[in-house]
Design a protein around this ligand. Structure first.
Ligand SMILES: Nc1ncnc2c1ncn2[C@@H]1O[C@H](COP(=O)(O)OP(=O)(O)OP(=O)(O)O)[C@@H](O)[C@H]1O
Ligand SMILES: [Mg+2]
Length: 225
C-alpha cells in the first residue's frame, strides 16, 4: 500500500488541490484508492461530497491514523492519499510518519520556499522520502518556464530539496474541476491541466518504484508494508 502525504505548513500551497486531482486520476477498479482528510478545514471532504461517486472512498481523520491505515490495508486499498492542515501539528507529524512519500506543494515565491523548509525538516528527521511540487506557477512561455519558476527551482536545488521537474500551472480548470467534484481529466480530458496531472502522476509512480526498490535492497519491507 502506498501512502502519499500532502504536507506544507504554508496555507494555500495546493495540498488539497493536488490530493483531489491526483486521487481522481489514480482511482479505478484495479487501483483501489482511499482519501484521508486529516485537515479540520475539510476541503477534501467538501470536494468528495460534491463528487458523489463511489469510485473513491474518503475518511475524515478524526480516528487514530494508525488504525485507519491498518483497516485500509485489510480492506485492500493500494493507494492512500492524506491531506493535512497547514501547520506542523502532531497530526501532520503522525501522517508524515506513515508516508511512503511526502509531497510538498509550493508556490514559486520567496516566502513559500522559506516556509517549505519546516516541512522538509520534519520529513528529514523522520527519514521519509519527500519531494516538492511547484504549483500555481505562471504558464510557460514557448515551453520554457518563466524566471520566477526557474529561480524557485534554483533555490530548492540549493537547499537540496528534491523537486519535480515539471510544474502545475495556475489554471482556472484546476479550481473549476474541483467545484464540480471532479479531477482535471474528468472535467476536460484534453486540457493542459489534465496533462500536467498525468505528468505529475507518471513522475510519482517512477519515484515510488525507486523507493520500493531501495527499501528492498536495504532489506527492509517497510515501503511495501
Ligand atoms: N494550480 C492551481 N491553479 C488554480 N488555482 C489553484 C491551483 N492550486 C490551488 N489553487 C487554488 O488555490 C486555493 C488554495 O489551494 P488549496 O486549498 O489546494 O491549498 P492548501 O494547501 O490545501 O490550503 P490549506 O493550507 O488552507 O489547506 C484554492 O482556492 C485552489 O482552488
Ligand atoms: Mg487544504
Amino acid at each position: 500500500m502506498n501512502v502519499l502525504v500532502f504536507a506544507s505548513r504554508k496555507g494555500g500551497s495546493g495540498k488539497s488541490t493536488l490530493a483531489a486531482h491526483l486521487a481522481s486520476y489514480i482511482a479505478n477498479p484495479s487501483r483501489p484508492t482511499l482519501l484521508i482528510d486529516a485537515d479540520p478545514q475539510g476541503s477534501l471532504s467538501l470536494w468528495h461530497e460534491l463528487r458523489g461517486q463511489s469510485d473513491l472512498s474518503l475518511k475524515r481523520g478524526a480516528r487514530s491514523l494508525d488504525e485507519t491505515l491498518k483497516e485500509a490495508k485489510r480492506d485492500g486499498y493500494q493507494w492512500v492519499l492524506i491531506d493535512t492542515p497547514p501547520n506542523k501539528s502532531p497530526a501532520v507529524v503522525e501522517a508524515i510518519k506513515h508516508a511512503t512519500l511526502v509531497i510538498i506543494p509550493t508556490r514559486p515565491g520567496l516566502f513559500d520556499i522559506a516556509a517549505l523548509q519546516d516541512t522538509v525538516q520534519v520529513a528529514r528527521e523522520l527519514r521519509k522520502p519527500y519531494a516538492a511540487v511547484i504549483n500555481g506557477a505562471p504558464a510557460k512561455r514557448h515551453d520554457v518556464e518563466v524566471p520566477i519558476v526557474s529561480d524557485a527551482r534554483g533555490a530548492l536545488n540549493a537547499l537540496k530539496v528534491p523537486v519535480w521537474s515539471g510544474q502545475i500551472t495556475h489554471r482556472a480548470d484546476f479550481s473549476l474541476a474541483l467545484a464540480a467534484g471532479e479531477g482535471a481529466k474528468e472535467f476536460e480530458p484534453d486540457s493542459h491541466a489534465a496533462e500536467e496531472i498525468q505528468r505529475l502522476w507518471n513522475a510519482l509512480d517512477r519515484s515510488l518504484s525507486a523507493i520500493h526498490t531501495a527499501y528492498k535492497k536495504a532489506g527492509s519491507g517497510r515501503a511495501a508494508a
